[in-house]
Design a protein. Structure first.
Length: 102
């Protein structure tokens, strides 16, 4: 009798936690999958597979349109200014240039 009671309580606990898991918002990847599936439309076979691979691996438009982070921009500028410098001179210049506040 105690065993059945324990099993019943465990089943109730699992049911309660299972219901909570369904309320979670979809992850970014799940949202992307939904969008890509919708965009794939009537495509079938290899065509659909190729489309889905491309769609799911695509970066967001904002990220690809951006020119880079401020640190990347600073690196480009410092590299351009360091032309002609070599060895320890270049290393010291780059360290100082990159550590400057923008």
């Amino acid at each position: 009798m105690k065993r059945q009671h324990l099993i019943g309580l465990l089943a109730l606990a699992f049911a309660a936690f299972g219901a909570q898991a369904e309320d979670k918002a979809p992850t970014k990847q799940q949202g992307k999958m939904t969008t890509c599936n919708k965009d794939a439309g009537e495509k079938k076979g290899d065509e659909r597979k190729a489309f889905m691979k491309e769609c799911l691996s695509a970066k967001p438009a904002a990220a690809t349109a951006a020119t880079g982070t401020p640190q990347q921009e600073k690196m480009k500028t410092c590299n351009a200014d360091a032309k002609g410098k070599t060895g320890d001179e270049r290393k010291a210049f780059m360290k100082e240039c990159l550590s400057k506040k923008a």
